[in-house]
Design a protein around this ligand. Structure first.
Ligand code: OAD
Length: 252
C-alpha cells in the first residue's frame, strides 16, 4: 500500500473541499481482478487472435459464431473474477462527494458488481446482448448461452451489446460523460492508456473547464504530461489510499 504521504497534501485538501468529482476508468482498474487489459496479450486458445480484428462488425459479419465464442470466453473469464479494492474504493468515493460521476470504458460490469450505483458505460456491457438488426437488447441474468442466439423478435443474430471498432458510442452515455468532464472540480483518470477516442479527450475537456486532473497508472500515458498530478501506481493500491486519506480526520 503506497504511503498516503505520496499524495501531495494540497491534493487531499483540494479534494476535501471540492463538490464534484468525475472518474474515468479503463481496463487497468480490472487488471488486479485478473481481467486482462485490452492490449495485453491474449492467453490460451485466443492467443492467435488480435482483439482489434475480432471486436469489429466485419468480423461478426464474416464469422458470427467465432466472435460470439470469443465473447463467451471473455464473459466466462470475467465471471470468474471479482471486484478488487480499486473498484471498492470508488464506491466509497461515490458516497463521499456531493456529486460523483463514474465513466468507464470497461464492459465487464465490475463497477456495478462492486456497488457503484451510477455508472456511465461508454463502450457497453459484455453481459448484455442486442439484436444485430433491430437493436433490441436483453440483459442476461446468467451467462449468455454459448451457442449464437437469435433475436426473439426478428430471428436475426444477437450480438454482444458492446462498442466495436468503427462503431459510434451510445449517444446518451457519450453526452453524459462530456457533461461530467466539463462540470467537475476534479477529474481522475484511472487505468487507461488514454489512446482511444472519444474517451481519451475527456480529461482534456476537464482541463479546459479548469478542473484539476489527476491520473493513476503504473505507466506513463499521453495524459501524464498534461495532468496536474500523475501517480505511478496500481488502482487497487492507490485508490484505497486516496479514499483513506479523505476519510481520515475531520470531515470536509
Ligand atoms: P488498455 O489496455 O489500452 O490500457 C490499460 C491501461 O491500464 C494501461 O495504461 C496500463 O498501464 C494500465 N494498468 C495496468 N495495470 C493497472 C493497474 N493495476 N492499475 C492501474 N492501471 C493499470 O485499456 P484501455 O485504456 O481501457 O475499446 O483501452 C481503452 C479502449 O481501447 C477499450 O475500452 C477498448 C480498446 O479499444 C473498445 O472496446 C471500444
Amino acid at each position: 500500500m503506497p504511503a498516503v504521504e505520496q499524495f501531495p497534501i494540497e491534493i487531499i485538501a483540494h479534494l476535501k473541499s471540492c463538490r464534484s468529482v468525475t472518474v474515468l476508468t479503463g481496463a487497468g482498474i480490472s487488471a488486479e481482478s485478473g481481467v486482462p487489459t485490452f492490449r495485453e496479450a491474449q492467453s490460451g486458445l485466443w492467443a492467435r487472435f488480435d482483439p482489434m480484428q475480432l471486436a469489429t462488425p466485419q468480423a461478426f459479419h464474416k464469422d458470427p459464431q467465432l466472435v460470439w465464442d470469443w465473447y463467451t470466453w471473455r464473459r466466462e473469464l470475467i465471471s470468474a473474477s471479482k471486484p478488487n479494492p480499486g473498484h471498492l474504493a470508488l464506491v466509497l468515493l461515490e458516497a463521499y462527494f456531493q456529486e460523483f460521476n463514474l465513466v468507464t470504458q470497461n464492459v465487464d460490469g465490475m463497477h456495478q458488481l462492486a456497488g457503484s450505483k451510477q455508472v456511465v458505460e461508454l463502450h457497453g456491457n459484455i453481459f448484455r446482448t442486442r439484436c444485430s438488426r433491430i437493436g433490441c437488447t436483453t440483459t442476461e441474468q446468467t451467462l449468455p448461452s454459448a451457442s449464437l442466439p437469435l433475436c426473439p423478435e426478428c430471428g436475426s443474430y444477437m450480438r454482444p451489446d458492446v462498442v466495436w471498432f468503427g462503431e459510434s458510442l451510445p449517444a446518451e452515455a457519450l453526452q453524459e460523460s462530456i457533461q461530467a468532464a466539463s462540470s467537475c472540480d476534479v477529474f481522475i483518470s484511472v487505468g487507461t492508456s488514454s489512446l482511444i477516442e472519444p474517451a481519451a479527450s475527456l480529461p482534456f475537456i476537464a482541463l479546459q473547464a479548469r478542473a484539476n486532473v489527476l491520473e493513476i497508472n503504473p505507466q506513463v500515458t499521453p495524459l501524464t504530461q498534461e495532468a496536474h498530478f500523475s501517480m505511478r501506481g496500481k488502482a487497487g493500491e492507490v485508490l484505497p489510499a486516496l479514499a483513506a486519506a479523505l476519510m481520515r480526520g475531520e470531515g470536509k
